[in-house]
Write a protein that binds this ligand. Structure first.
Ligand code: NAD
Length: 381
């Protein structure tokens, strides 16, 4: 098959869904790669590097979309891209079908097959295709780097001839993939790191990464017993009150707060309120990785960095993976290549779109003029 990656056209998007390394891997599966001229430039991949890897560089988007059988992308398609789809094409991209029902309808209207990388089931076998995790890992790392660039002190404590410097105190709220990456990065820079999550089972992971788990004195099983199936559920009002009380006590002590708390299918819970921001020391930094879903901090402005009157910087950027485009493109292109490997069982360039396969079924949101989202629950772990 001919697999093509266009240049991303969403404003500010620097990632690309194909790299020279993934071109070589796709060739081993029997596929020919096409890349739009300049598509990898913002991520640090030159056209020549793709050529050397065996890809054909095509001059523009029109040529790319007409020649490719499978189009691989980062962002959901924009209108002009949907118009380039037809029943013989497959589109593989991040899509968020639950939040993009109209767009899903339009893609389905073209008859194209749609594989949403964000719908890959989070089961062990599919970890290599789990783009949500690979992007969250980068966002968590980058959140700490971003915090450091606005924080006027060291992370690590030092005793120098010019004086003693205390270590920075970092609180990470939400210890999913992004939160754990933030914990790892902050502790490796020498900060004293604390972390909180409603799911009690993450305590061990947090502590194994050198951070201190913030326990709540809550009667029903310590943390929140409503958290089920590995994902958080909305907290009870009593639990939430306890949590806010704890955060209020921690706010004056913390130098950096990184919030990552999300509940599937809902707006982000507001956990860091305006009075907590006001209680923080001047020069403190909050990075709100939940900004795209409304933010965990009450004062977050999505896509902006603001400084409060009290001197607290609040970063609400929603494009952290794109700010590390080379790394995120490399990992995302690898996620895509693994998906294509599963779609090419014979490694012979022949696509077998097996809807009996839990992973392929889970990620397929439209096929043959039929919307196949939401998928049934996967049977295997
Ligand atoms: P997420 O982005 O949905 O949420 C981030 C974190 O916020 C979660 O840990 C959640 O518990 C926490 N949270 C929600 N409400 C909160 C609150 N009020 N206060 C504090 N924290 C709160 O999470 P994610 O990174 O997508 O991971 C979710 C789950 O999926 C985890 O159990 C993770 O281990 C699992 N996972 C499994 C796989 C796999 O097996 N392939 C891959 C990735 C993630």
């Amino acid at each position: 098959m001919r697999i093509g990656a266009p240049k991303e056209i969403a404003p500010g998007e620097a990632r690309v869904a194909m790299t020279p390394a993934s071109v070589r891997d796709l060739a081993r599966l029997g596929h020919q790669s096409l890349i739009e001229a300049g598509a990898g430039r913002a991520a640090g991949f030159a056209d020549d590097a793709y050529r050397e890897a065996g890809a054909e560089v095509v001059p523009d988007a029109a040529a790319l979309w007409s020649q490719a059988d499978i189009v691989v992308k980062v962002r959901p398609p924009q209108d002009e891209e949907v118009d380039r789809l037809d029943a013989d094409k497959t589109l593989i991209s991040l899509f968020h079908p639950g939040q993009n029902a109209d767009l899903l309808d339009r893609v389905n209207g073209t008859g194209a097959t749609l594989v949403a990388m964000d719908m890959v089931p989070r089961i062990s076998r599919a970890q290599k295709m789990d783009a949500l995790s690979s992007m969250a890992n980068i966002a968590g790392y980058r959140a700490v780097i971003e915090a450091g660039s606005h924080f006027g002190r060291f992370f690590t404590g030092q005793v120098t001839a010019a004086g003693k410097v205390p270590p920075a105190k970092v609180l990470v709220v939400g210890a999913g993939v992004a939160g754990l990456a933030a914990i790892g990065t902050a502790t490796s820079l020498g900060a004293i790191t604390y972390a909180f999550d409603v799911r009690p089972e993450v305590a061990e992971q947090i502590e194994s990464m050198g951070a201190e788990f913030v326990y709540l004195d809550f009667e029903e099983g310590g943390q929140d017993s409503s958290a089920t199936g590995g994902y958080a559920a909305p907290s009870s009002p009593e639990f939430r009150e306890k949590q806010l009380e704890k955060f209020r006590a921690l706010a004056p002590e913390m130098d950096i707060v990184i919030t990552t708390a999300l509940i599937p299918g809902r707006d982000a819970p507001v956990l860091w309120t305006a009075d907590m921001v006001a209680a923080m020391k001047p020069g403190s930094v909050i990075v709100d990785l939940a900004a795209e879903r409304g933010g965990n901090c009450e004062l977050t402005v999505p896509d902006e960095r603001i400084v409060t009157e009290g001197g607290v910087t609040i970063v609400g950027y929603t494009d952290f993976p794109s700010r590390m485009a080379q790394q995120s493109s490399t990992l995302y292109a690898t996620n895509i290549r693994h998906m294509i490997a599963d779609l090419t069982p014979g490694k012979d360039g022949v696509i077998v779109h097996d809807m009996e396969d839990d992973v392929i079924r889970g990620a397929t949101a439209a096929k043959g003029h039929e919307i196949t989202y939401p998928p049934p629950r996967p049977r295997t772990a």
